[in-house]
Every structure is written in structure tokens, then in C-alpha cells.
Unconditional design. Structure first.
Length: 311
């Protein structure tokens, strides 16, 4: 089958139910029949039947079914590029027809774990009141994967929200605020009292996020550059895991203030008095090559407002 060019698009528009394409794109993004079914609010067998119907219509296998999930085939990746274009056209058509009505549609946001957990829920809550027909999906991702999700059709992202010092990208990026970074310990930890310089801090155990997290990488560079002592580091992929280890008195961590504000307030964590840590910029990124629906632009502005208010 020829998947290249106008023939493919014409065949799509004339024969393929766009509901099948929607299911296809959600499965491509999630990589899981179970997750796709949950997001689409259907049973898993419906997702399976939609994919089989689309594969039958196009006479090509779109996914490899693997123990760890569904992975796009080469043909599936080519189909995804055209499917996203067609679904954008359909969304634009519906938005145009309902231009005087409510703003509706789905928006997929890729963001760091701390933003998904502590900033974006308030945005979603506010949108549920002002624009109840906008459905927002969150996908916890690091900077590199979020930018890939904006560029790849199967990535499925409409917006990337990144907590990073510098975002090098070809896409439309704007800085909408910043987040204070806190060096924290349990109240009973030796570092909880007094003032500590870099040399003092290097003697402690640290629970940091994985490499690629800009504020933890920056902290570690400063810590190792200023001390002859090699600090003991344990890396986690989860803020919750790092924060729990610190609360148990096992060591220190550097985390966004929004991720520890409640613990600082209730006394389960305390600030360590040491070198001042720079604020980390908060960036909102969209792919200007794709049409942005009213739902996407409305959500982006709500995020920008929340970012400015959270500083």
C-alpha cells in the first residue's frame, strides 16, 4: 500500500471513520490498550476492535503487540503523521461551525512530575468551572521527551510545560514564570540548624531527581565544584520518593518550593540555611507548525496565568 502523499489523504477522507483515527492516536501516545480505553472512556475490546478495523481498512499492521504494550510499526508512524493532520482539520471544522458556542475539545500537556502534581491540577480545576467542555490530559515527561512529544505525530502533545534553565527548541517557547528551589532536610537532621557552606553540605547524603533535571544537576555541579569531598548521591525518578527519604531523616534534597510547601508549613521538612539557590524558569512550549484549537489556546493562557501567580 502507498502511504505517501495525496493518495493517502484522499483515501482517508473518503473511507476512514475519524473515530478510528482518534483511537489510533490515543493508543500511539499511551502505548497501552488499557490506558487508551480509560482515556477514551470505552472498554478495552472497543480499542482493539477500532485498531483492527483501521488496520483492515488500510491493509497494514499499525502496531506491534508486545508484552510491555503496543508499539507503532514503521507504517504506523507514517500513518500517524497523516492522521494527526486529518484530526486537526476535523477539529477546526467543528470549532468553526460552533464558533459562537462553547469552547470544547481535548488538550494533552506534557510536563515535569512536579508541575503535573502541584501546579497543573489547579489549572484543570479552574478550567472545569469556566470551560467544562475542555478535557485536559497530563503526561509526566522530562524536557527532552516533552519536546519530542510536540514534534512527533504519535507524541500527541499540544503543550509542553518545562521547568528548566534553558529550553533549546525550534518550537514557540515563552517563559511564563519561575519556581523557587529549596534545599530541605528533616527537622532533626544535623543540617537543619546553623548556616552551611558548600564544604559543609558536601558531607551529607543527597536524594536527587534523575539526571536531566536542571535544578538538581545545577546544584550537584556547584556542590562538587566547591568541595574536595565527593557527595553521596542517590537518584530517584520520583519527587515523592526523594521527599519521603528526606522526611525520614536520611539526607537532603533540592526540590521546587511548590513540591514541599505543605511539608514546610506543617514542619515535616525544613529549609537548610546555605548558599542561595537560583530560581528555575518555567517555560510554555507549543508547536507553531500545528493549528492550535481554541481549547489549546485557552488552556495555554490559563497555564501562563497560573505560572505567573505561582512565583
Amino acid at each position: 500500500m502507498n502511504l505517501d502523499g495525496s493518495y493517502f489523504k484522499i483515501r482517508y477522507t473518503s473511507t476512514v471513520d475519524t473515530r478510528l483515527l482518534q483511537t489510533f492516536m490515543v493508543l500511539a501516545r499511551t502505548g497501552s490498550f488499557t490506558a487508551a480505553a480509560a482515556e477514551l472512556h470505552v472498554v478495552q475490546s472497543t480499542v482493539t476492535s477500532h485498531i483492527k478495523a483501521l488496520e483492515g481498512e488500510l491493509d497494514v499492521r499499525l502496531f506491534d503487540r508486545l508484552p510491555q504494550g503496543a508499539r507503532l510499526t514503521d507504517a504506523g508512524r507514517r500513518v500517524a503523521a497523516h492522521a494527526r493532520d486529518l484530526l486537526d482539520v476535523e477539529r477546526r471544522l467543528h470549532d468553526s461551525a460552533g464558533s459562537r458556542g462553547t469552547i470544547a475539545g481535548e488538550v494533552v500537556i506534557g510536563a515535569t512530575e512536579s508541575l503535573c502534581a502541584y501546579l497543573l491540577p489547579q489549572v484543570i480545576s479552574a478550567l472545569a468551572t469556566t470551560h467544562p467542555d475542555i478535557q485536559v490530559h497530563l503526561k509526566p515527561l522530562g524536557t527532552a521527551n516533552a519536546l519530542q512529544g510536540l514534534g512527533r505525530p504519535e507524541g500527541g502533545l499540544d503543550i509542553a510545560l518545562l521547568l528548566d534553565d534553558v529550553v533549546a527548541t525550534e518550537y514557540a517557547a515563552r517563559t511564563i514564570g519561575g519556581q523557587a528551589i529549596e534545599l530541605v532536610a528533616a527537622p532533626g537532621h544535623p543540617a537543619a540548624g546553623g548556616h552551611h557552606d558548600w564544604q559543609d553540605l558536601a558531607a551529607h547524603q543527597y536524594f536527587l531527581l534523575e539526571e536531566g533535571c536542571s535544578y538538581t544537576d545545577r546544584f550537584l555541579r556547584d556542590l562538587t565544584a566547591a568541595s574536595a569531598t565527593r557527595p553521596r548521591i542517590t537518584r530517584f525518578g520520583s519527587i515523592e520518593a526523594a521527599r519521603s527519604c528526606v522526611a525520614a531523616g536520611l539526607g537532603l534534597s533540592v526540590l521546587p518550593r511548590l513540591a514541599v510547601v505543605d511539608q514546610l508549613a506543617n514542619g515535616s521538612l525544613c529549609r537548610v540555611n546555605g548558599p542561595e539557590l537560583a530560581e528555575t524558569p518555567l517555560h510554555l512550549v507549543t508547536n507553531q507548525r500545528r493549528w492550535a484549537s481554541p481549547a489549546v489556546t485557552t488552556t495555554a493562557e490559563a497555564i501562563a496565568q497560573a505560572g505567573r501567580q505561582s512565583r
